[in-house]
Design a binder for this molecule. Structure first.
Ligand SMILES: NC(=O)c1ccc[n+]([C@@H]2O[C@H](COP(=O)([O-])OP(=O)(O)OC[C@H]3O[C@@H](n4cnc5c(N)ncnc54)[C@H](OP(=O)(O)O)[C@@H]3O)[C@@H](O)[C@H]2O)c1
Length: 382
């Protein structure tokens, strides 16, 4: 029996993880759940899964939830509470499904305490990939990716020598606006940006997928997870989203991982690894699909991907700045303050005015993050 903590259990990845746990009651158990403020959904999950550990981050929501819990439940509040809960010895594996930079310090705590981490969150690795991977190697904490593309690459590399990689093909569906003209992009509504053609996801990653920033974050994430330079990572638009990514080796052989588009598949493998278990989900019907298409990403229409490559090249604190500015821009777009097409311009300006610190310590990364947030808030309100 594996005892799982799900941080961000009320979100899209969190709910899919609970679905996997429901499917394998004899093998997986949810022992810890957390959310930011959604006390209603969290309470329903507590009633069903009866975890011994629960955390609600927002204090006012936490005060309302606490009296409804059993006396045997250990209840945590706030960021400190989350960081404390993740280290509990009852937890074998931590699913990190919190959105955004809020995941960084709790991920570091999980790694420091030697927990195995099934990682969905990408922003933490983008901000502080070197520090995270260094700490994981020191504490021997295993990081297993959940993100479908990273899971694909990880599976392709499993029995291979990482030094023999010639290229990684990071596939992307192209999002809901593939093929749209610049004029059309100027009129994009929030509702349209949230309607991804292949995946049902939380709002932040849906907007990131629509402007290809998500793919840029994944390039930065893959660099750290697999120790590969950005120049070796090629983004390939593959609208059917059947190939989740590929690795080309020095002898010209390419390994790919394919499956239907269902996040329960990479989540399940991250939870049950190294076992593959029958889940009743369909395989790929190649004759029904008929063809698999590929094209180059259009960096002129979707400049966010180019900005991420620039952050990868200049490195240091720049990826954290890119990430922070993006988080503020996405929030501003979702609340109707800026247009969809304004996002890359604001991020680029902030990147241009940042003085990069190379090989930063954690506090320098956090300072760059907070500086970029301030700049981005000013920019979106102008
Ligand atoms: N969705 C996907 O298919 C997918 C695929 C690959 C990678 N990812 C990555 O996985 C992460 C989660 O994505 P998602 O789509 O599941 O997001 P989501 O649906 O928005 O869910 C986010 C979860 O995190 C919690 N949360 C949000 N802000 C928090 C904070 N500041 N502190 C603590 N908890 C917080 C939320 O709680 P409340 O409900 O209380 O707000 C919710 O449980 C992202 O980094 C994303 O890039 C997602």
């Amino acid at each position: 029996m594996k005892n799982i903590a799900i941080l961000g259990s009320t979100g899209s990845i969190g709910r899919n993880t609970l679905e996997v746990i429901r499917n394998f009651p004899g093998k997986l158990r949810a022992v810890a759940l957390s959310a930011n403020c959604n006390a209603g959904v969290l309470y329903a999950q507590i009633k069903e899964f009866n975890p011994g550990l629960v955390c609600l981050k927002e204090e006012s929501a936490a005060l309302k939830l606490e009296p409804r819990l059993k006396s045997t439940t250990l209840f945590f509040k706030g960021q400190r509470g989350l960081e404390e809960m993740v280290q509990d010895r009852r937890i074998d594996k931590v699913v990190l499904a919190i959105t955004g930079s809020a995941a960084l310090t709790v991920l570091l705590k999980a790694i420091e305490s030697g927990k195995e981490v099934a990682l969905a969150n990408k922003e933490a690795l983008v901000m502080a990939g070197n520090i995270i991977m260094r700490k994981a190697s020191r504490s021997k904490a295993k990081i297993i990716p959940i993100d479908s593309e990273q899971s694909a690459i990880w599976q392709c590399l499993k029995n291979e020598n990482g030094k023999k990689v010639r290229k990684i093909y990071l596939t992307a569906s192209g999002g809901p606006f593939r093929g749209k003209s610049r004029q059309e992009l100027k009129k994009i509504s929030v509702k349209e940006a949230l309607r991804h053609p292949k995946w049902r996801m939380g709002p932040k990653i849906s907007v990131d997928s629509a402007d290809l920033m998500n793919k840029g974050l994944e390039v930065l994430e893959a660099m750290h997870l697999f120790g590969v330079e950005a120049e070796k990572i090629k983004v390939l638009i593959h609208p059917q989203s059947i190939i989740h990514s590929m690795v080309e080796f020095e002898d010209g052989v390419i390994l790919a991982q394919l499956s239907i588009t269902d996040m329960r598949i990479p989540i399940q493998y991250a939870l049950t690894y190294p076992e593959r278990l029958d889940n009743g989900l369909a395989g790929v019907d190649f004759c029904e699909i008929g063809r698999l298409d590929f094209e180059e990403p259009d960096l002129r229409k979707f400049p966010c991907l180019g900005l991420a490559y620039r952050a990868a090249k200049e490195s240091g604190t720049l990826p954290a700045v890119l990430n922070a500015a993006n988080e503020i821009c996405v929030e501003a777009f979702l609340s109707g303050v800026i247009k969809f097409v304004a996002i890359p311009g604001i991020i680029e300006k902030i990147m241009d005015s940042h003085k990069v610190i190379l090989q930063p310590e954690l506090d320098e990364i956090l300072r760059a993050d907070s500086w970029a947030r301030g700049e981005a808030c000013r920019a979106v309100n102008n």
